[in-house]
Write a protein that binds this ligand. Structure first.
Ligand code: AMP
Length: 116
């Protein structure tokens, strides 16, 4: 892939852009959102370059299962287990701005339902 086609999240993985990283392993990376929408707002991304949930197939079963377990552990580590929301925006119509799959982990304020 051409260097210019890489998303900002890929550049964070490659350490070309700094981020406030809260968790990393060989498969995924979590860092604080630069424009937090709640007192705690962390993004969890796979290191594999998947553009969105739309790219997910059964081949990603292990990766996605692992990431769900990481979210659960992160919630404990961040002290938000009593109430948090996990969101992924898929496609421009859902408000996706960065075309690298990411899970928003939001906590620390009352959440509304239905979401906007
Ligand atoms: P989405 O709209 O679902 O694609 O979410 C993209 C998120 O990435 C937004 O919440 C942005 O605030 C966040 N974001 C964009 N650039 C950065 C960055 N350099 N570091 C951390 N978060 C970022």
């Amino acid at each position: 892939m051409n260097a210019d086609e890489r998303t900002i999240f890929k550049k964070i993985i490659d350490r070309e852009i700094s981020a406030d990283i809260v968790y990393e392993d060989e498969h995924c990376l979590a860092f604080r959102d630069i424009a937090p929408q709640a007192p705690t707002h962390v993004l969890l991304i796979p290191k594999r370059e998947l553009r969105s949930m739309d790219d997910v197939t059964d081949s990603e079963r292990e990766l996605l299962g692992h990431m769900m377990a990481v979210i659960s552990q992160l919630a404990r580590d961040l002290g938000i287990s009593e109430g948090y929301r996990v969101v992924t925006n898929c496609g421009a119509g859902a408000g996706q701005e960065v075309n690298h799959l990411h899970f928003h982990i939001l906590a620390g304020r009352k959440m509304q339902w239905p979401p906007g």
